[in-house]
Design a protein. Structure first.
Ligand SMILES: [Cu+2]
Length: 362
């Protein structure tokens, strides 16, 4: 309700200003000698304002860009980011140059060619040379920019190196879930129909590769090793975003996407670079996906390769199946023993057996 009142108030104020302006203009017209051609009184004044706007705008643009440089240009923490960063600044340099030049013409000409009685319009309908120049040059520059961008884009989204760590990331309202392949090095299949309160990623336990998959609460990555993120969305479109890695990829329900990159700076190193002992890489959602979108923050930890290996070794013991033995009921009878071994529950205790039996009979 308050919003409607504010909108109505703004509209009414604008209407009052417009009416006052029209009244003064009409009074102006009536006062003038009819023989003289009519020149609005604010003509030169408004022309000068155009120039003020140009100068203030350009100064503010550069001032803000420089003072906030560290805010929007975070330190790079992945290998491909060096290339994309380079492309970004080349594109920025070209577009800013063209932008400034065109704005100078736009506002400068508004001042220069403001109405004057002595000014006479010059009839200049066409110039083939000019048309060629401002068609061909931008075409070449833009094609070059786009082709260099596409080349890098096809690397990032193309097949990952063979030795890449494959990790699944799933966005849902309003958090992230991660799945690692476990001891066998392969992620098991998933099926959205298997999703429930516990099996949040819908691991299909009929597939043997899924029996040793584990789902940590954080995304942990090795430094200096390619990482392939297999990305999906569970409900609406989310977006896997991290500015330090210059990484962004939509997480779309029903349409898996992927992104591979090589982290080049560990969390510990970045803490030193930023001088912030509490620094953590964040995995944030970059699509307005609902009312708690702002809360979709995950922590990404980049470890040295040896640290990563020992983390992996430790974490792979906590397989999904071991933590939720009730789901053994979904494993086909023939694979059950193998599944228990893969999931690390071959020594399943009596108590757990009871839980498993209880949930399988539900
Ligand atoms: Cu989201």
């Amino acid at each position: 309700m308050l919003n409607i009142i504010i909108v109505v108030a703004v509209v009414l104020i604008l209407a009052v200003i417009l009416t006052a302006y029209r009244v003064t203009t009409l009074v102006d017209v009536v006062k003038k000698d009819k023989e003289k051609s009519y020149v609005p009184s604010g003509n030169s004044y408004q022309g000068a304002l155009m120039v003020v706007f140009l100068v203030v705008g350009i100064v503010a643009f550069f001032y803000y860009s420089m003072t906030e440089y560290d805010t929007y240009n975070l330190p790079i923490a992945s290998e491909h980011a060096v290339v994309t960063e380079n492309l970004f600044w080349i594109t920025m340099a070209i577009t800013v140059f063209v932008f400034i030049v065109t704005q100078i013409f736009l506002f400068g000409f508004s001042w220069k060619y403001r109405y004057k009685k002595t000014n006479v319009a010059h009839y200049y309908p066409h110039n083939n040379k000019l048309e060629m120049i401002w068609t061909i040059i931008p075409a070449i520059v833009l094609a070059w920019l786009i082709i260099s961008g596409l080349k890098q884009w096809s690397v990032i989204t193309g097949p990952a190196p063979e030795d890449a760590e494959v990790i699944e990331v799933m966005g849902y309202q309003y958090a992230w879930a991660y799945r690692y392949p476990g001891k066998d090095g392969s992620l098991g299949k998933y099926d959205f129909r298997k999703i429930d309160a516990v099996n949040s990623m819908g691991i299909d336990l009929e597939d043997q590769f899924g029996h040793d998959d584990f789902m940590p609460t954080q995304l942990v990555l090795p430094k200096g090793k390619p990482v392939l993120l297999k990305i999906r969305g569970r409900d609406v479109i989310h977006s896997v975003y991290n500015p330090h890695f210059r990484m962004q990829m939509n997480a779309v329900p029903g349409m898996p996407t992927q992104f591979w990159f090589t982290p080049s700076v560990s969390t510990a190193e970045m803490r030193e670079i930023t001088g912030n002992p509490d620094f953590n890489y964040e995995l944030v959602c970059n699509k307005i996906c609902g009312k708690s979108h702002y809360g979709m923050k995950g922590i990404i930890t980049v470890l040295e390769p040896e640290e990563y290996d020992s983390w992996y070794k430790e974490s792979q013991e906590n397989t999904f199946l071991k933590q939720n033995p009730g789901y053994l009921s979904e494993v086909p009878e023939d694979f059950k023993e193998a599944a228990k071994i893969a999931a690390g529950i071959e020594n399943i205790g009596k108590e757990q057996k009871v839980t498993a039996a209880a949930s399988s009979s539900k």
